[in-house]
Design a protein around this ligand. Sequence first.
Ligand code: F6R
Length: 615
Amino acid sequence: MCGIVGYVGDRSGLDIVVAGLRRLEYRGYDSAGVAVVSPGSLLTDKRAGKLANLEKALADSPLATSGTAIGHTRWATHGAPTDRNAHPHTDCTGRVAVIHNGIIENFAALRAELSEHGHVLVSDTDTEVVAHLLEQVMPETGDDLAEALRRVCRRLEGAFTLVAVHAAAADVVVAARRNSPLVVGLGVGENFLASDVSAFLAYTREALEVADGQVVELRRDRVTVTDFDGAPAHPRGYHIDWDAAAAEKDGYDYFMLKEIAEQPKAVADTLIGRIDAQGRLTLDEMRLSVEELRAIDKIIIVAAGTAYHAGLVAKYAIEHWTRIPCEVELASEFRYRDPVLTRDTLVIAISQSGETMDTLMAMRYAREQRSLVLAICNTNGATIPRESDAVLYTHAGPEVAVASTKAFLTQLVACYLVALYLGQVRGSTWSEEIASVIAELADMPDKVDRVLDTMAPVRELARELRECTSVLFLGRHVGYPVALEGALKLKEIAYMHAEGFASGELKHGPIALVEQGLPVFVVVPPRGRGVLHDKVVSNIQEVRARGARTIVLAEAGDESVAPYADVLIPLPPTPTLLQPLVATIPLQVFACEMASQRGFDVDQPRNLAKSVTVE
Ligand code: F6R
C-alpha cells in the first residue's frame, strides 16, 4: 500500500522517481507526488488521481533538475484522496518534505502538541506530523537529517516507511521503516530506495535488506544504516535475479493478461531444482530439520485473499498426503481467536508480496507462541520470509496487476511440494505416489498452456454476459476454493456481484438466489473420483432445473456433464487434487475480459492496492 521511491545520483532524480512510481502504481493510485532538492531549496508537486495527472502537471510546469528526489503514489488511509492530502507533506517553512506508507497511530496526540507549539497543519493526514516534527528537531541536530529522523521515529507509534528530504541537505535522502516495506538499490555513483525492487530494477540488481527499526541515509557514494538509536546496522546485501523486462507489459493490453499468459513458465520455474539425483523431493531452502518435520502434529495455514484460497486447496493435499490435521485461517482473524499453538504446530504463511500486514501479524503471533513458521512467498527479502523459520520461494516473477493470477498457481505448486515433502519425510506417502504426483506436476506447464490456447470461447462468453448483474461459482472439494477464487476475481476487477459456494451447501440457502438466466459456473472434479464427480453433476442439474445458465468446467471427454451444460469448458485430465492448476485459468480469463468489456481498469481496480501493508 502506497509506493515510495527515493534517488540520489547524477541523473535527473525526477525522471527516476516518476519511472519508479509507474512501476509501483499498483500499490496505490489515489494520488501521487514528488519532491526534489536543488541546493538550498525544496520543490514539490502532487496531484489527486492517477500518476498520469501528476505527469501532466510536471510536463506543463517542470520542476528544477536535481539529482535528489523522492516520489509517492498513495492508497489513502487518513484523509480523502485530494491534492491537499497527497504526499509529500511539508513543514511550516517548506524546507522539509516527507512521504509515508503505513499508519502513525499516535498522530492525533502529536498533531495537538504541534498545534500548541504554533505549527499549522494543512492536511487531514497522519503523515504531516512527521514533517513538522522534523522541522522541530532539525536545528538540534546541526542539520543532520538522518539523526533528526531517528529522533522523530522514537516518538512514533504504528507502522511506517518514511522518506524525507530537506533543503539544507542537497545530496541526502533519508528513510526509516517499522513494519512496512523498504529496500535499498545500490548503484555506482547513485543509490535508490523503494517499497519494492521493481522501482529500480532497470538501473541495478544489487539490493540491501533494511530491517525493522532501521534508518537509512542515502547519498550518491554511500548508504549508511543504523537503528533508531544510531547504532550502526549491517544489512544483508542480495542480488535480484528478476528480469527487468518481466515488469513490462510487453505488448499486452494489461499486466493481468500478460501474467495469465506467463503461468506455464511460472509453474515450471517453481518446480525447478526440487528433485535430487535419486528422484527424491528436496526442499533444501526450507531449513527445517527432519526431526522438526516429524514432530509436527498440526498445521495451520494463514493467508489473505487469493493466497487464502491457495491455502484452502493445500489443506486437502496436506491432509491427504501427510495425515496431519490442517486448518486454514484468514490471517486477519487468526490472532484474535486465541488459536491453540504449540511447539509442534507448523504455521504456513502464504503471501505473494511477503508484506501483507495481516499475514505478518499472524505469523509473528505464532512465533511468539513458539510454533514453527514456514513462509511460501514470491518476494525475496520481504519481511514475512525474513522473519519465518523456513521459506519456500515461488518463482512467479514480479506480479504487477492487482488481481493475483500467476502467483496463485505457483502458491498451489509450492503447497503441493510442501505436502509431498512432509509425506516423504514422515513416511506417510508411498514413494511411488510421490514420484507419480511429481510427474503429473512436471506435465502441468504444458497443460496450463493447452488451457490458455482454448480461451477464445471464454472471452466470447464474457462479452455476451457483459450486462449481467450477478454470477455464481460452485465447486466441491478442491473445486470449492477454485469457485471462491473465480468469484473474487470477478468482484475485484469487474465490480460484479459474484459468490463462490461449496456446491453441496447451495440447497441450504443460496439456491434461493438462482433465477432464470443466472450464470452459474460449476467446477466438476475428474471422473476418477466417482462419488465426488457424480454429486457435482447432480448439483448442476439442481441449478439448471431452476433456470440457471450453467457454465461447466469439466475434464475433456466427460460426456456425462454435456446434457446439463449450456456452455462446456473442457479441461485437460489431471488428478483431482491438482485440478485447481487448470480449472482456475478460465475463471481468470473470464474476469479479465469482463472487466475490460465493462470499461474498467483491469490492472488497477478501484479502492484496492496490491500489497496490503495496513491491518
Ligand atoms: C486478489 C489478491 C489479494 C491478495 C491478498 C494477499 O487477486 O491479489 O486477495 O491475494 O491481498 O496478498 P499477498 O499474497 O501479497 O499476501
